[in-house]
Design a protein around this ligand. Structure first.
Ligand SMILES: [Zn+2]
Ligand SMILES: [Zn+2]
Length: 240
């Protein structure tokens, strides 16, 4: 089934664009709404706490949704580049499925950590924050809709995460798909503004939701995605 869908997707450039646009919309709306209801349930019945300093700007969520749709448009254009890369034999995908799926997902997850940290550090240089990254930081208090709320250049830079894996190794199709799915789930937890592990210290490995919330509130520090170690290594952790 997955092979049929992916072969159709990469048959022509416009198939790639349409399929990516639908895929990222299903991902964005599906995961956002599941998260929204789950967080409300946990808040009501299990005492889940929001991170302090509530300041959702008027009209912020509508803007985040519009900007997320623009990012999905950019990701869909990048889908055309992937289709062209596959058609010309520069990129490879394997349609087999076996136990190698698990280490491949782990490897792609770790690559995503490194890629995100590098891109996010670049976005926090004086020039890039003024010209590009301010769009994402307009959400001083992140919401479930902030996940793809980027300037188009930021969307493009983050979307390049998949290019290197496609170039160097024929990863299994299911592992390739798991990257945006996993990434958006972590992204949602990072922007929902809840502190899921309120008793742990900020640099605890599971405290990533809190860390990214604080990144939005302070506008600096905690540049990593899920793991705290690159921030600790390069001394960019916020410590609050
Ligand atoms: Zn930032
Ligand atoms: Zn953010």
């Amino acid at each position: 089934m997955l092979e049929i869908i992916m072969r159709w997707t990469f048959e022509t450039w416009y198939h790639a664009f349409i399929a990516m646009f639908i895929f990222f919309n299903i991902l964005y709306w599906g995961i956002t709404f599941i998260g929204l209801y789950l967080f409300r349930y946990l808040e009501k019945y299990h005492g889940l706490h929001q991170v302090d300093n509530h300041f959702v700007r008027p009209g912020q969520q509508r803007k985040e949704i519009w900007q997320s749709m623009r990012s999905i448009f950019v990701f869909s254009l990048q889908g055309i580049a992937i289709q062209q890369g596959l058609a010309h034999g520069w990129f490879q995908i394997s349609y087999g499925f076996n136990w190698w799926f698990v280490p491949q997902v782990a490897l792609l997850f770790l690559w995503n950590e490194v890629h995100f940290y590098a891109v996010h550090s670049l976005l926090h240089t004086r020039f890039m924050i003024k010209q590009v990254h301010w769009v994402h930081h307009h959400s001083k208090e992140p919401t479930v809709y902030s996940t793809f709320s980027f300037h188009w250049i930021e969307a493009f830079l983050l979307g390049t995460v998949i290019l290197l894996p496609l170039l160097i190794y024929p990863f299994q199709a299911a592992a390739i798909i798991s990257l945006p799915v996993l990434s958006l789930i972590i992204n949602l937890l990072g922007h929902c503004n809840y502190d899921f592990f309120s008793k742990n210290k900020p640099d605890h490995v599971l405290k990533f939701s809190y860390r990214h919330s604080m990144h939005h509130k302070e506008g600096k520090g905690n540049l990593g995605f899920l793991l705290p170690w690159l921030d600790i290594l390069f001394k960019t952790d916020s410590r609050k």
